[in-house]
Write a protein that binds this ligand. Structure first.
Ligand code: FES
Ligand SMILES: [Fe+2]
Length: 400
C-alpha cells in the first residue's frame, strides 16, 4: 500500500515556478479534497439550452461519482436535480440525454415531476411526507444559452462577470447560439495534467502543427506580443479588446474566476479551420472577420475560444483520479442550417485534430509523471497561466 505525505506537507513543499510533485496526482485523500473544494463548489458548464429545447428534455452532467439531471421544466425554465433517488438512492435517468414526462425511478418507480418534487410512491406509510422527499437540487445559472451548474450550498457569484462582459455577450450573440456538435474525449491522465496543458501554448509549435498555422499565439512571446499590440492599436473597438484577467487565483473575493481576452490570428487567417477560411455565418452582431479570436473562461475548468464565425467550448472533468474527460462543444449561430450554412466536418476539423494531439501529449506526460524518476520541473516564461492555475489549486485544497 502506497504511503503518502500529509497533504499540508505536500502544499508547504511546493516551490513556485515548478510543476507539482508526483503525490499531487496520486494521493486518494487529496483527490477527495479536490472534489469537495473545487468540483463540488465552482461553476462548471453543464450544457446548452439548445440541447434541451422542449419541456421534459434532459441531459446528464457527470463527473467522478456525481450525476446531475439538467432538465427543461413545465414552465420552460432549466433546473438541475441530483440523479439520486430519495428512496434508496438509485440513479433515475440512465441515458445520457432524453425526453421524459416525469422522472420515474427504475428501481421501485417513485415518480418525481420535472421540478424534482415527489409525486408518487407506492405503498408508503400514511404519515410519509412527500414534500420532504423531493430530489436534491443543484444551482443553475444561464449565461446566454450556456448552462452552468454549481453543487455548492454557497456558490461564488457570477454577477461581476455578467456585468463586466455584457457587451461581449451581446456582440457575439450569446443568446442566439446553438450546439452544432458535442464530443467527449477520454484521456488517461489525472484531470490536472489536462488543465495544465490547456493553460499554455509553449507546446503549441512542437505539438500542434495545424493550430500553429492559424494562431499567432503559437509564435514566440515577443512576436506574439508585438502582433497583439498592432492588432489592438488598429482595432475599431467594435469587438472588445480590453482584457478581464480574473482567472484562477486572480478572482475577486466572493466571485467566480473568469477571463476575457482578444488575440490576433496570423495575418490573413479568418477563423480556426483547415484553410483558416470561414466555416459558418458570422456570430451575433459581427459585421466582418477581424482575423482574431476571443478567449473566455468561467470557473476553473470551462473555457471558450470565440472565433468570428463559431465558438468552441472546452470542459475538463475528472472521471477517476487516473482518468479525465474533455468535452468539446462547437457552437454556431442558432439560425445557421447544417448542410447549407455550415458543414459539420469542416466546422469541427481543427479542434478535433488539436484535442487528439493534446490527448497524446497529456497521456505521455502522465506516463512520465508516474515514473520513479519524476521530479517537479522548472516552468518556462511561457507557462504563467499554468502557474496561476497551480496557485488557485493550492489555495483551493488548503481550504478547510
Ligand atoms: S431507489 Fe428509487 S424508487 Fe427505490
Ligand atoms: Fe494543446
Amino acid at each position: 500500500m502506497a504511503k503518502f505525505k500529509p497533504i499540508s506537507e505536500l502544499i508547504n513543499n511546493y516551490q513556485t515556478g515548478y510543476s507539482l510533485e508526483q503525490e499531487f496526482y496520486k494521493n486518494p485523500d487529496l483527490y477527495e479534497v479536490e472534489m469537495q473544494n473545487i468540483f463540488m463548489k465552482h461553476w462548471i458548464l453543464a450544457g446548452h439550452t439548445s440541447q434541451i429545447p422542449n419541456k421534459g428534455d434532459y441531459l446528464l452532467f457527470e463527473f467522478d461519482k456525481e450525476s446531475v439531471i439538467v432538465i427543461r421544466t413545465e414552465d420552460g425554465s432549466v433546473k438541475a436535480h441530483m440523479n439520486v433517488c430519495t428512496h434508496r438512492g438509485s440513479h433515475i435517468c440512465l441515458e445520457k440525454q432524453g425526453t421524459v414526462k416525469a422522472l420515474t425511478c427504475p428501481y421501485h418507480a417513485w415518480t418525481f415531476n420535472l421540478d424534482g418534487e415527489l409525486k408518487a410512491a407506492r405503498n408508503m406509510h400514511e404519515d410519509f411526507d412527500f414534500s420532504d422527499n423531493g430530489l436534491h437540487k443543484a444551482n443553475v445559472e444561464l449565461v446566454g444559452g450556456l448552462i452552468f451548474v454549481s453543487l455548492s450550498e454557497n456558490p461564488p457569484s457570477l454577477d461581476g462577470m455578467r456585468k463586466d462582459l455584457a457587451d461581449v455577450f451581446d456582440v457575439f450573440g450569446f443568446d442566439h447560439m446553438k450546439v452544432a456538435k458535442h464530443q467527449t474525449y477520454h484521456i488517461k491522465s489525472n484531470w490536472k495534467l489536462s488543465v495544465e496543458n490547456y493553460q499554455e501554448c509553449y507546446h503549441c509549435a512542437p505539438s500542434h502543427k495545424d493550430f500553429a498555422k492559424v494562431h499567432a499565439m503559437a509564435m514566440t512571446p515577443e512576436k506574439f506580443n508585438k502582433q497583439k499590440e498592432d492588432f489592438i492599436a488598429k482595432s475599431d473597438g467594435y469587438v472588445r479588446t480590453k482584457a478581464s484577467p480574473f482567472y484562477f487565483d486572480l478572482a475577486k473575493e466572493g466571485e467566480e474566476c473568469y477571463q476575457y481576452d482578444r488575440n490576433p490570428l496570423l495575418p490573413g487567417r479568418k477563423t480556426g479551420s483547415k484553410g483558416a477560411e470561414p466555416v459558418a455565418p458570422l456570430l451575433g452582431k459581427l459585421k466582418k472577420y477581424e482575423e482574431a479570436a476571443s478567449e473566455f473562461m468561467v470557473g476553473p475548468v470551462t473555457y471558450f475560444l470565440i472565433y468570428d464565425d463559431h465558438m468552441l467550448g472546452y470542459r475538463f472533468l475528472p472521471d477517476t483520479q487516473e482518468t479525465s474527460i474533455c468535452d468539446l462543444f462547437w457552437f454556431v449561430r442558432d439560425d445557421a442550417v447544417e448542410g447549407k450554412d455550415y458543414d459539420l466536418d469542416d466546422l469541427t476539423w481543427l479542434w478535433h485534430v488539436t484535442i487528439l494531439d493534446d490527448e497524446e501529449i497529456i497521456v505521455n506526460n502522465q506516463k512520465g509523471v508516474d515514473s520513479r524518476y519524476y521530479r517537479p520541473g522548472k516552468l518556462s516564461e511561457w507557462e504563467h497561466f499554468p502557474q496561476n492555475f497551480l496557485n488557485f489549486y493550492l489555495n483551493a485544497i488548503s481550504e478547510d
